[in-house]
Write a protein that binds this ligand. Structure first.
Ligand SMILES: [Zn+2]
Length: 496
């Protein structure tokens, strides 16, 4: 008899553990940072807290026409405790008294007194009227009653919403099962009408990425943010049957290198060749090797214009910027280094910092796969290859004293030599040394030369490491399945 009992017990434990492992795979996604309030709209809500292991523990229900959560500052007095629901606490409240959840338990607070709410409290309001206080180490969680989505500032989310107070602001966090999170990520990251195998590759990459990077925003109270910094996620807004199917078809599958989960980075479009990890991250990762993106048929083309004045504003200590020197990796077509040539010196920027360098005028560069062009109307002077220099006048006569300069014919200007730019009549020429030899001459009419502008013309979008999404699309359309796609972009991996 004893033996039988033991067997039954262990079967029950095994089943229970099987369920709980799945139920606990909750990811915390930051959906709003540093806000003072968040609107939940009309309806009935369950309120509670995280009981540990990201498990929602319900404390009670509230309802209203215009529920919102705001930072609460003030002092209160606890005048009663031990109530087992919001309704019970609310029943005994007089004027200026409010039901409160304090560390997961219901009590009643009246306004004024010794209990300060400065650091950890939020108030739940209905149409501006305070109806409840949450003052707790376990931050307040809310979800719409029933199986409905919970709305925050007009966007619908699955799972539970937590308000995480951090001083004078709070972060709004979505606690959600990882597979349901992927329902929202997939259509934000890849167009749902793309081939099924590309969608499945994206689902596996996104699932792996989440597992490997979970917790990188721990200091803000969540695992991953909802932007492309981590993975784009907009709640249920963009959910689509086809992308949801791709998540379901690959449920639980992830990518491994020598038995370890990989950092499954991905990006939109390479423009021809993906990047080696060290060119972007600074460290060599064996499965993040550059590969020819031969299946990428459509790559994004882009163009950005910067005036010399803008380039000058982006730098400091080198005086007025006169031109830009770019070094390109022949194999990948990516620019690895740019040098801004100023009146009083140079400034060199390398690798991914090149993209963020331009951020203050129109956001970071779409990619590093670009050529530098000068002038207006498409830029008639196009320079490709290892090194190119552009010395551009602004209509006045200038002498600059710089090294590392090449003339258009490839001849190098020696350090200390004088370069003259004469542009007042629309005629530009650059001369080396004594200025006797005229190397380059253009008139404004002939070249549409716009002497103040540098144009970057590029292909591709994103950092370039790991899977190219447009490349995955092309491979899927050529008949490859999702595992073949993933193994192409992540060197030496297995998918299981
Ligand atoms: Zn992030």
């Amino acid at each position: 008899m004893r033996t039988i009992k033991i067997i039954i017990t262990s079967v029950i434990i095994a089943v229970y553990m099987g369920i709980s492992v799945y139920a606990e795979d909750i990811v915390r996604i930051g959906i709003k940072d540093n806000v003072q309030e968040a609107g939940f709209g009309k309806g009935a809500f369950e309120v509670g807290y995280d009981g540990g292991n990201k498990e929602f523990v319900k404390c009670g229900e509230i309802s209203g026409d215009d529920i919102e959560v705001k930072i609460l500052n003030g002092s209160f007095t606890e005048i009663g405790s031990g109530y087992d629901s919001y309704d019970k606490a609310a029943q005994i409240c007089n004027e200026n008294e409010y039901p409160a959840i304090v560390n997961g338990k219901w009590c009643v607070y009246s306004m004024g007194g010794d209990v300060k709410t400065t650091d950890c409290a939020v108030g739940v309001y209905d149409g501006g009227v305070l109806i409840m206080i949450a003052n707790s180490d376990d931050d307040l969680q809310m979800k719409r009653k029933g199986n409905n989505f919970t709305e925050v500032d007009g966007v619908q989310y699955r799972g539970v919403i937590e308000t995480y107070r951090n001083g004078e602001v709070m972060n709004i966090i979505n606690f959600i099962d990882v597979e349901e999170y992927l329902y929202g990520v997939l259509p934000s990251e890849m167009t749902s009408s793309w081939d099924k195998e590309a969608l499945k590759a994206q689902a596996v990459a996104a699932r792996t990425y989440r597992m490997k990077n979970s917790g990188i925003h721990d200091q803000s109270g969540y695992d991953l943010c909802c932007t492309t910094h981590c993975q784009a996620y907009k709640g249920v807004e963009l959910e689509d049957e086809k992308s949801t199917q791709a998540v379901d078809d690959t449920k639980g599958e992830m990518i491994y290198y020598q038995g370890e989960l990989i950092n499954a980075m991905y990006f939109s479009s390479s423009g021809g060749y993906t990047a080696n990890s060290e060119d972007v991250l600074g460290s060599e990762v064996p499965y993040l090797r550059g590969v020819e993106d031969k299946y990428e048929k459509e790559s994004k083309e882009w163009e950005r214009k910067f005036t010399l004045s803008q380039l000058t504003q982006m730098t400091s200590g080198i005086g007025n910027v006169m031109g830009l020197l770019a070094k390109t990796d022949e194999k990948t077509g990516r620019v690895n280094e740019i040098t801004l040539v100023g009146m009083n010196g140079d400034k060199t920027i390398k690798n991914e910092q090149i993209r963020t360098f331009f951020s203050s005028f129109g956001g970071m560069l779409e990619s590093r796969n670009f050529t530098v062009n000068i002038g207006g109307n498409g830029g008639s002077d196009k320079y490709d290859g290892d090194e190119a220099v552009f010395v551009i006048g602004d209509g006045s006569k200038k002498s600059i004293d710089i090294g590392k300069l090449y003339l258009e014919n490839g001849e190098k200007i020696q350090n200390g030599e004088e370069i003259k730019i004469v542009g007042s009549s629309g005629e530009i020429y650059i001369s080396a040394g004594s200025g006797k030899e005229k190397k380059n001459e253009k008139t404004a009419d002939e070249s549409n030369f716009s002497p103040d502008v540098i144009i970057l013309k590029g292909r591709g979008a994103g950092h370039g490491i790991g899977m190219s999404q447009y490349g995955a699309k092309g491979m899927a359309e050529s008949g490859y399945d999702y595992k073949e796609i993933l193994k192409y972009y992540y060197t030496g991996v297995e998918v299981r």
